[in-house]
Design a protein around this ligand. Sequence first.
Ligand code: ADP
Ligand code: MG
Length: 475
Amino acid sequence: MQKDCKQVWENCLDFIKDNIFDKKLFDTWFKPLEPLMLEGDALTLKVPSMFFYEFIEANYIDVLSAAIRKELGHNAKLLYSVAMDKANNSNSVLPSNNIIATQNFAQNIPVNLDAQAKDLPNPFVIPGIRKVKVNSQLNENYSFENFVEGKCNQLARSAGYAVAQNPGKTAFNPLFIHGSVGLGKTHLLHAIGLETKKRFPEKTVLYISAEQFFQQFVDSTKNNTRNDFLQFYQMMIDVLIIDDIQFFANKTGTQEVFFQIFNSLHAANKQLIITSDKSPADLSGLEQRVISRLKWGLSADLQMPDAQTRIQIIERKLFKDGITMPRDVIEYLAYNINSSVRELEGALISLIARSSIAKQEITLDLAKDMIDKFVKSNTKEISIEYIQKVVCDYFKIPVETMLSKTRKGEIVAARHISMFLSRKHTQSSLATIGNKCGNKDHATVLHACRSVQNSCETDKEFRMNLEAIEKRITE
Ligand code: ADP
Ligand code: MG
Protein backbone atom coordinates (compact mmCIF):
# COMPACT_ATOMS: atom_id res chain seq x y z
CA MET A 1 0.00 0.00 0.00
CA GLN A 2 2.68 2.44 1.07
CA LYS A 3 4.66 1.77 -2.09
CA ASP A 4 1.64 2.46 -4.24
CA CYS A 5 1.12 5.69 -2.46
CA LYS A 6 4.67 6.81 -3.17
CA GLN A 7 4.39 5.77 -6.79
CA VAL A 8 1.15 7.66 -7.24
CA TRP A 9 2.74 10.77 -5.79
CA GLU A 10 5.85 10.37 -7.96
CA ASN A 11 3.61 10.26 -11.03
CA CYS A 12 1.73 13.29 -9.81
CA LEU A 13 5.00 15.16 -9.33
CA ASP A 14 6.08 14.36 -12.87
CA PHE A 15 2.84 15.75 -14.19
CA ILE A 16 2.99 18.84 -12.00
CA LYS A 17 6.58 19.51 -12.95
CA ASP A 18 5.63 19.46 -16.61
CA ASN A 19 2.86 21.93 -15.99
CA ILE A 20 4.59 24.46 -13.80
CA PHE A 21 6.45 27.00 -15.75
CA ASP A 22 8.92 27.99 -13.08
CA LYS A 23 11.03 25.11 -11.78
CA LYS A 24 12.12 27.11 -8.75
CA LEU A 25 8.50 27.34 -7.70
CA PHE A 26 8.07 23.64 -8.23
CA ASP A 27 11.01 22.97 -5.93
CA THR A 28 9.72 25.38 -3.35
CA TRP A 29 6.15 24.19 -3.16
CA PHE A 30 6.06 20.55 -4.21
CA LYS A 31 9.36 19.03 -3.17
CA PRO A 32 8.60 19.48 0.54
CA LEU A 33 5.27 17.62 0.28
CA GLU A 34 5.20 14.00 1.36
CA PRO A 35 2.69 11.34 0.46
CA LEU A 36 1.43 9.90 3.75
CA MET A 37 -1.12 7.35 2.71
CA LEU A 38 -3.48 6.22 0.05
CA GLU A 39 -6.80 4.78 1.10
CA GLY A 40 -8.99 3.85 -1.79
CA ASP A 41 -9.04 6.98 -3.88
CA ALA A 42 -8.08 9.34 -1.05
CA LEU A 43 -4.52 10.54 -1.01
CA THR A 44 -3.15 12.22 2.10
CA LEU A 45 -0.28 14.64 1.72
CA LYS A 46 1.82 15.92 4.53
CA VAL A 47 2.48 19.64 4.28
CA PRO A 48 5.07 21.43 6.40
CA SER A 49 2.81 24.16 7.74
CA MET A 50 -0.54 25.87 7.62
CA PHE A 51 0.93 28.52 5.39
CA PHE A 52 1.94 25.87 2.89
CA TYR A 53 -1.50 24.38 2.85
CA GLU A 54 -3.12 27.76 2.27
CA PHE A 55 -0.69 28.72 -0.41
CA ILE A 56 -1.11 25.51 -2.34
CA GLU A 57 -4.87 25.69 -2.07
CA ALA A 58 -4.84 29.26 -3.32
CA ASN A 59 -2.34 28.89 -6.12
CA TYR A 60 -1.81 25.34 -7.23
CA ILE A 61 -5.01 23.46 -6.61
CA ASP A 62 -5.81 23.27 -10.32
CA VAL A 63 -2.64 21.56 -11.33
CA LEU A 64 -2.55 19.45 -8.19
CA SER A 65 -6.09 18.23 -8.66
CA ALA A 66 -5.47 17.55 -12.32
CA ALA A 67 -2.47 15.42 -11.41
CA ILE A 68 -4.30 13.46 -8.74
CA ARG A 69 -7.35 12.87 -10.86
CA LYS A 70 -5.15 11.66 -13.64
CA GLU A 71 -3.72 9.05 -11.27
CA LEU A 72 -6.74 8.15 -9.19
CA GLY A 73 -9.73 8.91 -11.34
CA HIS A 74 -12.66 11.23 -11.06
CA ASN A 75 -13.62 10.48 -7.50
CA ALA A 76 -10.18 11.16 -6.16
CA LYS A 77 -9.95 12.95 -2.86
CA LEU A 78 -7.12 14.89 -1.38
CA LEU A 79 -6.43 15.33 2.29
CA TYR A 80 -3.77 17.42 3.89
CA SER A 81 -2.01 16.60 7.05
CA VAL A 82 -0.39 19.70 8.43
CA ALA A 83 2.79 19.30 10.42
CA MET A 84 2.43 20.99 13.76
CA ASP A 85 4.41 23.95 14.93
CA LYS A 86 7.24 23.20 17.28
CA ALA A 87 5.59 25.47 19.77
CA ASN A 88 2.54 23.24 19.96
CA ASN A 89 3.90 19.79 19.68
CA SER A 90 7.00 18.25 18.26
CA ASN A 91 5.43 14.86 17.86
CA SER A 92 5.78 13.77 14.26
CA VAL A 93 3.02 11.16 14.37
CA LEU A 94 -0.09 13.06 13.56
CA PRO A 95 -3.48 12.18 14.89
CA SER A 96 -6.15 12.05 12.27
CA ASN A 97 -7.81 15.24 13.40
CA ASN A 98 -4.89 17.07 11.92
CA ILE A 99 -6.35 16.31 8.58
CA ILE A 100 -7.85 19.62 7.94
CA ALA A 101 -9.06 19.77 4.43
CA THR A 102 -10.85 17.48 2.13
CA GLN A 103 -11.36 18.23 -1.48
CA ASN A 104 -13.76 16.30 -3.54
CA PHE A 105 -12.55 16.96 -7.00
CA ALA A 106 -15.63 15.59 -8.65
CA GLN A 107 -17.59 18.45 -7.18
CA ASN A 108 -15.59 21.61 -7.31
CA ILE A 109 -12.30 21.28 -9.09
CA PRO A 110 -11.88 21.40 -12.85
CA VAL A 111 -11.33 18.00 -14.40
CA ASN A 112 -8.04 18.69 -16.05
CA LEU A 113 -5.84 21.41 -17.27
CA ASP A 114 -7.61 21.57 -20.59
CA ALA A 115 -10.60 22.60 -18.60
CA GLN A 116 -9.39 26.16 -18.75
CA ALA A 117 -9.84 26.25 -22.48
CA LYS A 118 -13.12 24.35 -22.32
CA ASP A 119 -14.43 26.56 -19.54
CA LEU A 120 -14.29 29.37 -21.99
CA PRO A 121 -17.52 30.76 -23.23
CA ASN A 122 -18.76 28.42 -25.81
CA PRO A 123 -18.45 30.28 -29.09
CA PHE A 124 -21.17 28.16 -30.58
CA VAL A 125 -24.13 30.08 -29.35
CA ILE A 126 -27.10 30.93 -31.45
CA PRO A 127 -26.74 34.46 -32.74
CA GLY A 128 -29.55 36.68 -31.71
CA ILE A 129 -29.87 35.27 -28.23
CA ARG A 130 -28.04 37.92 -26.29
CA LYS A 131 -26.48 37.78 -22.90
CA VAL A 132 -25.53 34.21 -22.60
CA LYS A 133 -23.57 34.05 -19.43
CA VAL A 134 -19.93 34.36 -20.38
CA ASN A 135 -17.19 33.37 -17.98
CA SER A 136 -15.02 36.48 -17.90
CA GLN A 137 -11.97 34.53 -16.72
CA LEU A 138 -11.07 37.27 -14.28
CA ASN A 139 -8.98 36.65 -11.18
CA GLU A 140 -10.33 38.50 -8.15
CA ASN A 141 -6.87 38.79 -6.65
CA TYR A 142 -5.67 40.96 -9.48
CA SER A 143 -7.72 43.99 -8.48
CA PHE A 144 -6.91 47.69 -8.55
CA GLU A 145 -6.79 47.63 -4.75
CA ASN A 146 -3.98 45.10 -4.94
CA PHE A 147 -2.13 47.00 -7.64
CA VAL A 148 0.36 49.45 -6.18
CA GLU A 149 0.55 52.71 -8.02
CA GLY A 150 3.89 54.28 -8.85
CA LYS A 151 5.61 56.44 -11.41
CA CYS A 152 6.40 53.22 -13.25
CA ASN A 153 2.75 52.50 -14.05
CA GLN A 154 0.98 55.83 -13.65
CA LEU A 155 -0.23 56.34 -17.20
CA ALA A 156 -1.24 52.73 -17.82
CA ARG A 157 -3.01 52.48 -14.50
CA SER A 158 -4.94 55.72 -14.76
CA ALA A 159 -5.89 55.09 -18.39
CA GLY A 160 -7.03 51.60 -17.40
CA TYR A 161 -9.09 52.98 -14.57
CA ALA A 162 -10.66 55.58 -16.86
CA VAL A 163 -11.53 52.91 -19.40
CA ALA A 164 -13.23 50.84 -16.70
CA GLN A 165 -15.38 53.85 -15.76
CA ASN A 166 -16.40 54.42 -19.33
CA PRO A 167 -15.71 51.43 -21.55
CA GLY A 168 -15.74 52.15 -25.27
CA LYS A 169 -16.36 55.83 -24.69
CA THR A 170 -12.92 57.23 -23.99
CA ALA A 171 -10.23 58.08 -26.50
CA PHE A 172 -8.32 55.08 -25.17
CA ASN A 173 -9.67 52.52 -27.56
CA PRO A 174 -7.85 50.29 -27.89
CA LEU A 175 -5.89 50.70 -24.69
CA PHE A 176 -2.56 49.14 -25.47
CA ILE A 177 -0.32 48.29 -22.53
CA HIS A 178 3.23 47.10 -23.03
CA GLY A 179 6.21 46.22 -20.90
CA SER A 180 8.59 43.36 -20.31
CA VAL A 181 7.68 40.23 -18.39
CA GLY A 182 6.64 40.31 -14.78
CA LEU A 183 5.87 44.02 -14.61
CA GLY A 184 2.13 43.73 -14.04
CA LYS A 185 0.46 43.71 -17.47
CA THR A 186 -1.76 40.74 -16.73
CA HIS A 187 -2.58 42.04 -13.27
CA LEU A 188 -3.63 45.39 -14.68
CA LEU A 189 -5.81 43.76 -17.33
CA HIS A 190 -7.70 41.78 -14.71
CA ALA A 191 -8.06 44.90 -12.59
CA ILE A 192 -9.62 46.78 -15.50
CA GLY A 193 -11.95 43.86 -16.24
CA LEU A 194 -13.02 43.51 -12.60
CA GLU A 195 -13.60 47.23 -12.20
CA THR A 196 -15.66 47.33 -15.40
CA LYS A 197 -17.84 44.49 -14.18
CA LYS A 198 -18.27 46.19 -10.84
CA ARG A 199 -19.44 49.40 -12.51
CA PHE A 200 -21.40 47.76 -15.29
CA PRO A 201 -22.57 44.31 -14.23
CA GLU A 202 -24.65 44.00 -17.39
CA LYS A 203 -21.65 44.30 -19.70
CA THR A 204 -19.97 41.19 -21.00
CA VAL A 205 -16.29 41.31 -20.27
CA LEU A 206 -13.90 38.67 -21.53
CA TYR A 207 -10.26 38.25 -20.60
CA ILE A 208 -8.43 35.90 -22.91
CA SER A 209 -4.78 35.20 -23.55
CA ALA A 210 -3.67 35.51 -27.14
CA GLU A 211 -2.74 31.86 -26.97
CA GLN A 212 -6.26 30.77 -25.96
CA PHE A 213 -7.71 32.94 -28.68
CA PHE A 214 -5.41 31.32 -31.20
CA GLN A 215 -6.42 27.87 -29.95
CA GLN A 216 -10.11 28.66 -30.28
CA PHE A 217 -9.53 29.89 -33.76
CA VAL A 218 -7.63 26.76 -34.74
CA ASP A 219 -10.40 24.59 -33.27
CA SER A 220 -13.06 26.53 -35.14
CA THR A 221 -11.21 25.98 -38.38
CA LYS A 222 -10.87 22.28 -37.68
CA ASN A 223 -14.54 21.93 -36.74
CA ASN A 224 -15.81 24.12 -39.50
CA THR A 225 -17.31 26.60 -37.07
CA ARG A 226 -15.39 29.71 -38.03
CA ASN A 227 -18.54 31.81 -38.38
CA ASP A 228 -19.76 30.89 -34.93
CA PHE A 229 -16.39 31.83 -33.54
CA LEU A 230 -16.47 35.21 -35.27
CA GLN A 231 -20.04 35.91 -34.31
CA PHE A 232 -19.38 35.11 -30.69
CA TYR A 233 -16.72 37.78 -30.49
CA GLN A 234 -18.45 40.30 -32.68
CA MET A 235 -21.85 40.08 -31.07
CA MET A 236 -21.44 38.95 -27.50
CA ILE A 237 -18.55 40.89 -26.09
CA ASP A 238 -18.64 44.44 -24.75
CA VAL A 239 -15.11 44.57 -23.38
CA LEU A 240 -12.50 42.36 -25.00
CA ILE A 241 -9.20 41.97 -23.18
CA ILE A 242 -6.44 40.14 -25.02
CA ASP A 243 -3.18 39.41 -23.20
CA ASP A 244 0.24 38.96 -24.81
CA ILE A 245 -0.66 39.73 -28.39
CA GLN A 246 2.94 39.19 -29.47
CA PHE A 247 1.85 35.56 -29.57
CA PHE A 248 0.03 36.33 -32.85
CA ALA A 249 3.36 36.93 -34.59
CA ASN A 250 3.52 35.10 -37.91
CA LYS A 251 0.09 33.54 -37.38
CA THR A 252 -1.60 35.13 -40.34
CA GLY A 253 -4.96 33.37 -40.03
CA THR A 254 -5.33 34.44 -36.43
CA GLN A 255 -4.30 37.99 -37.28
CA GLU A 256 -6.92 38.04 -40.00
CA VAL A 257 -9.78 37.12 -37.65
CA PHE A 258 -8.45 39.38 -34.95
CA PHE A 259 -8.45 42.19 -37.49
CA GLN A 260 -12.08 41.54 -38.37
CA ILE A 261 -13.14 41.27 -34.75
CA PHE A 262 -11.21 44.40 -33.82
CA ASN A 263 -12.86 46.40 -36.58
CA SER A 264 -16.38 45.39 -35.78
CA LEU A 265 -16.04 45.85 -32.02
CA HIS A 266 -14.36 49.19 -32.45
CA ALA A 267 -17.02 50.38 -34.86
CA ALA A 268 -19.67 49.40 -32.32
CA ASN A 269 -17.89 51.39 -29.59
CA LYS A 270 -16.95 48.26 -27.71
CA GLN A 271 -13.79 48.47 -25.65
CA LEU A 272 -10.57 46.66 -26.55
CA ILE A 273 -7.65 46.33 -24.16
CA ILE A 274 -4.51 44.64 -25.37
CA THR A 275 -1.08 43.91 -23.97
CA SER A 276 2.21 42.94 -25.43
CA ASP A 277 5.79 42.60 -24.28
CA LYS A 278 6.82 45.19 -26.89
CA SER A 279 5.62 48.57 -28.04
CA PRO A 280 3.60 48.60 -31.28
CA ALA A 281 6.62 49.95 -33.13
CA ASP A 282 8.77 47.02 -32.00
CA LEU A 283 6.26 44.25 -32.57
CA SER A 284 7.57 42.00 -35.27
CA GLY A 285 5.68 39.35 -37.19
CA LEU A 286 2.45 41.33 -37.08
CA GLU A 287 0.85 42.72 -40.20
CA GLN A 288 1.08 46.45 -40.67
CA ARG A 289 -2.67 46.91 -40.71
CA VAL A 290 -2.96 45.12 -37.37
CA ILE A 291 -0.21 47.25 -35.87
CA SER A 292 -1.85 50.38 -37.17
CA ARG A 293 -5.08 49.42 -35.35
CA LEU A 294 -3.15 48.95 -32.12
CA LYS A 295 -1.94 52.52 -32.43
CA TRP A 296 -5.42 53.97 -32.78
CA GLY A 297 -6.02 54.54 -29.10
CA LEU A 298 -3.55 55.00 -26.29
CA SER A 299 -0.31 53.14 -25.86
CA ALA A 300 1.08 53.12 -22.32
CA ASP A 301 4.05 51.28 -20.93
CA LEU A 302 4.92 49.68 -17.63
CA GLN A 303 8.40 50.14 -16.20
CA MET A 304 10.20 48.42 -13.37
CA PRO A 305 9.01 50.07 -10.13
CA ASP A 306 11.56 52.13 -8.21
CA ALA A 307 12.77 50.93 -4.81
CA GLN A 308 10.12 52.84 -2.87
CA THR A 309 7.32 51.32 -4.92
CA ARG A 310 8.89 47.89 -4.57
CA ILE A 311 8.76 48.30 -0.81
CA GLN A 312 5.09 49.20 -1.04
CA ILE A 313 4.40 46.18 -3.23
CA ILE A 314 5.99 43.88 -0.68
CA GLU A 315 4.11 45.55 2.15
CA ARG A 316 0.83 45.22 0.31
CA LYS A 317 1.36 41.51 -0.27
CA LEU A 318 2.35 40.90 3.33
CA PHE A 319 -0.62 42.82 4.60
CA LYS A 320 -2.94 40.85 2.36
CA ASP A 321 -1.55 37.56 3.62
CA GLY A 322 -1.48 38.72 7.22
CA ILE A 323 2.24 38.20 7.53
CA THR A 324 4.67 40.49 9.30
CA MET A 325 8.30 40.87 8.37
CA PRO A 326 11.04 43.07 9.80
CA ARG A 327 11.49 46.35 7.97
CA ASP A 328 15.16 45.70 7.21
CA VAL A 329 14.24 42.45 5.46
CA ILE A 330 11.60 44.17 3.34
CA GLU A 331 14.10 46.83 2.34
CA TYR A 332 16.76 44.26 1.63
CA LEU A 333 14.46 42.42 -0.78
CA ALA A 334 13.27 45.62 -2.42
CA TYR A 335 16.74 47.01 -2.98
CA ASN A 336 18.25 43.80 -4.20
CA ILE A 337 15.65 42.51 -6.58
CA ASN A 338 15.25 44.89 -9.43
CA SER A 339 14.57 42.64 -12.38
CA SER A 340 10.79 42.30 -12.21
CA VAL A 341 7.89 42.37 -9.79
CA ARG A 342 7.38 38.68 -10.43
CA GLU A 343 10.93 37.92 -9.27
CA LEU A 344 10.36 40.10 -6.26
CA GLU A 345 7.21 38.19 -5.36
CA GLY A 346 8.93 34.89 -6.01
CA ALA A 347 11.73 35.80 -3.62
CA LEU A 348 9.28 36.95 -0.99
CA ILE A 349 7.29 33.74 -1.23
CA SER A 350 10.39 31.58 -1.13
CA LEU A 351 11.58 33.41 1.94
CA ILE A 352 8.28 32.87 3.71
CA ALA A 353 8.26 29.23 2.66
CA ARG A 354 11.77 28.70 3.90
CA SER A 355 11.10 30.20 7.27
CA SER A 356 7.93 28.16 7.46
CA ILE A 357 9.67 24.87 6.64
CA ALA A 358 12.59 25.55 8.95
CA LYS A 359 10.20 26.89 11.60
CA GLN A 360 12.61 29.76 11.84
CA GLU A 361 11.89 33.46 12.13
CA ILE A 362 12.37 35.66 9.10
CA THR A 363 15.58 37.56 9.68
CA LEU A 364 17.92 39.60 7.57
CA ASP A 365 20.43 36.76 7.60
CA LEU A 366 17.89 34.28 6.32
CA ALA A 367 16.92 36.76 3.60
CA LYS A 368 20.52 37.34 2.57
CA ASP A 369 21.23 33.66 2.45
CA MET A 370 18.19 33.02 0.32
CA ILE A 371 18.67 35.95 -2.02
CA ASP A 372 22.18 34.79 -2.77
CA LYS A 373 20.74 31.56 -4.04
CA PHE A 374 17.63 33.00 -5.53
CA VAL A 375 18.72 36.02 -7.49
CA LYS A 376 20.55 35.40 -10.70
CA SER A 377 23.92 37.09 -10.76
CA ASN A 378 22.86 39.55 -13.41
CA THR A 379 20.04 40.90 -11.33
CA LYS A 380 22.21 41.29 -8.28
CA GLU A 381 23.92 44.37 -9.64
CA ILE A 382 24.08 47.29 -7.29
CA SER A 383 21.62 50.06 -7.99
CA ILE A 384 21.99 53.78 -7.42
CA GLU A 385 19.00 53.69 -5.07
CA TYR A 386 20.63 50.95 -3.02
CA ILE A 387 23.82 52.95 -2.69
CA GLN A 388 21.88 56.02 -1.60
CA LYS A 389 20.04 54.00 0.97
CA VAL A 390 23.22 52.54 2.48
CA VAL A 391 24.94 55.93 2.55
CA CYS A 392 21.98 57.61 4.22
CA ASP A 393 21.59 54.79 6.73
CA TYR A 394 25.24 55.18 7.57
CA PHE A 395 24.94 58.89 8.23
CA LYS A 396 21.49 58.47 9.75
CA ILE A 397 19.78 60.94 7.46
CA PRO A 398 16.62 60.40 5.39
CA VAL A 399 17.18 59.73 1.69
CA GLU A 400 14.76 62.55 0.85
CA THR A 401 16.95 65.03 2.72
CA MET A 402 19.96 63.93 0.76
CA LEU A 403 18.05 64.34 -2.49
CA SER A 404 16.84 67.81 -1.50
CA LYS A 405 18.66 71.02 -2.26
CA THR A 406 20.16 71.34 1.24
CA ARG A 407 23.72 72.64 1.32
CA LYS A 408 24.46 71.58 4.88
CA GLY A 409 27.95 70.12 5.18
CA GLU A 410 27.21 66.54 6.17
CA ILE A 411 24.31 66.26 3.73
CA VAL A 412 26.47 67.48 0.87
CA ALA A 413 29.12 64.95 1.88
CA ALA A 414 26.57 62.12 1.82
CA ARG A 415 25.34 63.26 -1.58
CA HIS A 416 28.89 63.38 -2.94
CA ILE A 417 29.71 59.96 -1.60
CA SER A 418 26.52 58.53 -3.14
CA MET A 419 27.50 59.95 -6.51
CA PHE A 420 31.06 58.73 -6.20
CA LEU A 421 30.05 55.21 -5.27
CA SER A 422 27.33 55.13 -7.93
CA ARG A 423 29.93 55.97 -10.50
CA LYS A 424 32.25 53.31 -9.19
CA HIS A 425 29.74 50.49 -8.70
CA THR A 426 27.07 50.95 -11.37
CA GLN A 427 27.13 51.15 -15.12
CA SER A 428 25.04 54.32 -15.06
CA SER A 429 26.06 57.43 -16.93
CA LEU A 430 27.00 60.64 -15.13
CA ALA A 431 23.75 62.15 -16.34
CA THR A 432 21.67 59.33 -14.87
CA ILE A 433 23.53 59.45 -11.58
CA GLY A 434 23.02 63.21 -11.38
CA ASN A 435 19.39 62.85 -12.27
CA LYS A 436 18.79 60.33 -9.51
CA CYS A 437 20.80 62.30 -6.95
CA GLY A 438 18.48 65.26 -6.73
CA ASN A 439 18.34 66.33 -10.37
CA LYS A 440 21.94 67.40 -10.75
CA ASP A 441 23.76 67.62 -14.07
CA HIS A 442 26.74 65.54 -15.13
CA ALA A 443 29.26 68.30 -14.29
CA THR A 444 28.06 68.31 -10.69
CA VAL A 445 28.59 64.56 -10.49
CA LEU A 446 32.12 64.92 -11.85
CA HIS A 447 32.84 67.64 -9.35
CA ALA A 448 31.47 65.46 -6.53
CA CYS A 449 33.66 62.54 -7.55
CA ARG A 450 36.77 64.73 -7.57
CA SER A 451 35.90 66.20 -4.23
CA VAL A 452 35.49 62.74 -2.68
CA GLN A 453 38.83 61.69 -4.12
CA ASN A 454 40.51 64.77 -2.63
CA SER A 455 38.98 64.28 0.78
CA CYS A 456 40.12 60.67 0.76
CA GLU A 457 43.69 61.76 0.25
CA THR A 458 43.64 64.46 2.90
CA ASP A 459 41.17 63.33 5.53
CA LYS A 460 41.71 60.01 7.27
CA GLU A 461 38.34 59.92 9.00
CA PHE A 462 36.56 60.62 5.77
CA ARG A 463 38.42 57.78 4.10
CA MET A 464 37.51 55.37 6.85
CA ASN A 465 33.86 56.31 6.59
CA LEU A 466 33.93 55.83 2.86
CA GLU A 467 35.54 52.41 3.20
CA ALA A 468 33.00 51.32 5.78
CA ILE A 469 30.13 52.35 3.51
CA GLU A 470 31.66 50.68 0.50
CA LYS A 471 32.05 47.48 2.46
CA ARG A 472 28.37 47.53 3.37
CA ILE A 473 27.41 48.08 -0.24
CA THR A 474 29.49 45.31 -1.71
CA GLU A 475 28.96 42.84 1.12
P1 ADP B 1 3.20 40.47 -16.72
O1 ADP B 1 1.84 40.09 -17.21
O2 ADP B 1 3.62 41.84 -17.13
O3 ADP B 1 4.25 39.45 -17.05
P2 ADP B 1 2.01 40.06 -14.12
O4 ADP B 1 0.80 40.91 -14.25
O5 ADP B 1 1.82 38.60 -14.23
O6 ADP B 1 3.14 40.54 -15.13
O7 ADP B 1 2.72 40.44 -12.74
C1 ADP B 1 3.62 39.59 -12.07
C2 ADP B 1 3.33 39.61 -10.60
O8 ADP B 1 3.67 40.87 -10.06
C3 ADP B 1 1.86 39.40 -10.30
O9 ADP B 1 1.71 38.55 -9.20
C4 ADP B 1 1.35 40.78 -9.96
O10 ADP B 1 0.30 40.74 -9.03
C5 ADP B 1 2.57 41.46 -9.39
N1 ADP B 1 2.59 42.90 -9.65
C6 ADP B 1 3.07 43.52 -10.75
N2 ADP B 1 2.93 44.85 -10.65
C7 ADP B 1 2.35 45.09 -9.46
C8 ADP B 1 1.94 46.28 -8.76
N3 ADP B 1 2.11 47.51 -9.30
N4 ADP B 1 1.37 46.14 -7.56
C9 ADP B 1 1.20 44.92 -7.01
N5 ADP B 1 1.56 43.77 -7.60
C10 ADP B 1 2.13 43.84 -8.81
MG1 MG C 1 1.28 38.42 -18.33
